[in-house]
Design a binder for this molecule. Sequence first.
Ligand code: NAP
Length: 233
Amino acid sequence: MRQLIGPDGPAPDLARDLTDSDLGRLYAAPQGPWLRANLVTTVDGAATGESGKSGSINNAVDKRIFDLLRELADAVVVGAGTARIEGYRPADLPTVVVSRSGRVPEGLRAAPAGRVLLATCRAADALDEARDVLGAANVLVLGGHRVDLAELKARLTERGLTHLLCEGGPHLLRDLLDQGVLDEMDATVVPRLVAGLHPRITNGPPVDVPLELTVLLEEQNTLLGRWLVGRNN
Ligand SMILES: NC(=O)c1ccc[n+]([C@@H]2O[C@H](COP(=O)([O-])OP(=O)(O)OC[C@H]3O[C@@H](n4cnc5c(N)ncnc54)[C@H](OP(=O)(O)O)[C@@H]3O)[C@@H](O)[C@H]2O)c1
């Protein structure tokens, strides 16, 4: 993997193969609460391939950064839809599922106590069941009819989960942007065109969020970008 652009501008040595510690330095998060998202897209903007999952478009280059960002995170934050479709299982680090319905995704129901948290709202249909499945202390009720995502970040920070990694999906990513909670957007562009009817990495009502590119990497025609999220207000 080679660096095209870094925090100090164009890379002086385009031919140098980046080590794992180079990558750790390039993706190090600042101190304090930090929420970044990492998703993958084709050149024509598809967030899924023929299987309807991201697994049919991602590749080994993307997987290297996906794994690195998990290593650098205190917790993964994921939309319930993605956890269901992608078949999320308990991971080494805590998984925080965001759900309006309060329905705990099947693959996460048998997680060891405290490994899975659910962020939901008072209007959730399945609130009592979620408390039974995960334990009341692991169900965060953050709002009446919608999940307050800024409050989620604050509550996770209080629990010592400071560096957060959102792995999507598109509706959750859009809502994080809309609520002004996202600090960093990492996106892999895989060298494929797929047409068809696939979601993009954001979905839902329009938002317009400026980004500042700080890192751009390339390997095997795959581009990996690290953008800081600008604030409109
Ligand atoms: N390319 C990539 O990197 C990538 C990454 C992730 C996912 N994907 C793909 O994206 C597709 C899923 O898209 P999606 O947009 O449906 O994913 P999603 O945002 O993970 O799922 C939507 C569901 O998650 C919950 N949710 C999301 N945002 C919420 C919010 N602000 N407040 C409360 N609940 C919220 C709700 O669950 P409830 O129904 O329980 O209320 C909602 O129905 C899948 O095909 C997946 O494979 C691609």
